[in-house]
Write a protein that binds this ligand. Sequence first.
Ligand code: ADP
Length: 541
Amino acid sequence: MPLPRPLAILTPHSKHISSSLLTPRFLGESSFHRRFSTSRIIMALPLFKELVAPNGQKINQPLGLFINNEFVKSKSGDTLTTLNPTDESEITAVYAANSADVDDAVAAARAAFHSPSWSEINPSERGQLLYNLADLVEKNTHLLATLDTWDMGKPLSVAKEEDLSESVAVLKYYAGFSDKIHGRTIDVGPRKLIYTLHQPIGVCGQIIPWNYPLVMATWKLGPALATGNTVVLKSAEQTPLSVLYLGKLIKEAGFPPGVVNILSGYGKTAGAAIAAHEGIDKVAFTGSTATAKSIMKAASVNLKNITLETGGKSPLIVFDDADLEQAVKWGHSGIMSNMGQVCTATSRILVQDTIYDKFIQEIKAQTEKVSVLGDPFSEATFQGPQVTRQHYERVLSYIEAGKAEGATLVCGGTKHGDKGHFITPTIFSDVKDHYKINQEEVFGPFLAIGKFSTEDEAIKSANCTSYGLGASVFTNDITKAHRVAAKIEAGMVWINSSQDSHYAAPFGGVKQSGIGSELGEYALTAYTIAKAVHVNLGTHL
Ligand code: ADP
């Protein structure tokens, strides 16, 4: 006999169940809950909980769904549990949204979109709210960075110096645009005036991944709010905490109720409900290419405007006239930072044959020197754990694939430690274009190195995957650098660096790496419609 559905269940959840057969994806969420509810104490989850992080930081953590400026329980009482990837200890459960909660959040966002407190607000006041939020995020840097480190495993120093400072800068950048959104007048002769109004699209669904929880939230919220939209944002099920805390700061910053709604929840339930919701006008997504395809299909139900930023297998080309030391340093950080869990990571390096052996020797030495693995709360750590056990096992499976395909293991290729999801930084050389490890996104500390002899060969290999997100070119020949940059199929090319994107420049991919641009002024276009107003100035029909 099926068990009665409990109000709330504190369960271990998908990120920590090592066998993929036990995940909600395969079991269906309700059977998953039933399976684990029998062995667990069933009790209602509070809406806030006092947490103490491993570094001693005390946090009054919201656990509810953030709808209409209040934290509320999920209607079903469903929850999800997030664990510390360093040792798999439980951090907390949070409420998890399903489609009924998405309905509530969309209703709140739609009401807010039409409410005078948002639709009639002076644009500069909208900007001021974003500045208020930026200040609050900045004030809470240590706390928010602690949450991302605890929940996701990135080194605390990186969370603070990179993620948090980027989040603050992005919010301020878009705050400044709020009163600079304007259309054009179009000259078509004396009898007619045409002008355009750049208006918000409406209710925007935003679905973000786990690798940069707070950064991804601010990249999406900044341009959406600066242009006057309202939002239903879903965090990744693996990392709900910092984004929920952001909800608290959004309320404190003074945003009217319903302008931003934040849901924790699973992709297959809450995410899918957002993608298919007829009350949502746009969906912006960052995550895997496979998920982007299902979102694109679901979004067709009401022809939603879409922005998709997906996977990558970005090449880094090193010509023999490059500054080798620089190429080695950027080559290492371009894949090993954030535990290799970066969509733009330059995960393939193509080296000219004349310097191939030397380059491999030096990048191996750099990796062994710099990639210190360990507790992400420790100052000395460069590399923390992979985000979940499932993901860790996926990365390990690519190590086996590399060996089986005949690539040469230069270093790493093993598990590290007896708990948590640590993998030694792994480099394979002698990788051929068609190898699986050269074609598929691994999303781990995993580098594939191949060889070329001519410029044409380098370009051909660079363009040989289905992805087109980032690319790097290392050369001291300025004309070659620009020539190659123009021919690489990618949304972003770095010359003599890797990953040093800037929030003022567009960020996005081509081919199966996505549709549309985030960041920069370009993101304003992604969150507005250009309405043409035709004014008849003559007396003729
Ligand atoms: P990853 O494999 O890196 O976890 P995903 O694409 O699965 O990337 O997840 C990125 C985000 O997309 C997460 O917030 C996740 O919950 C969400 N998501 C996953 N599947 C779906 C889906 N079918 N529809 C909408 N959102 C989804």
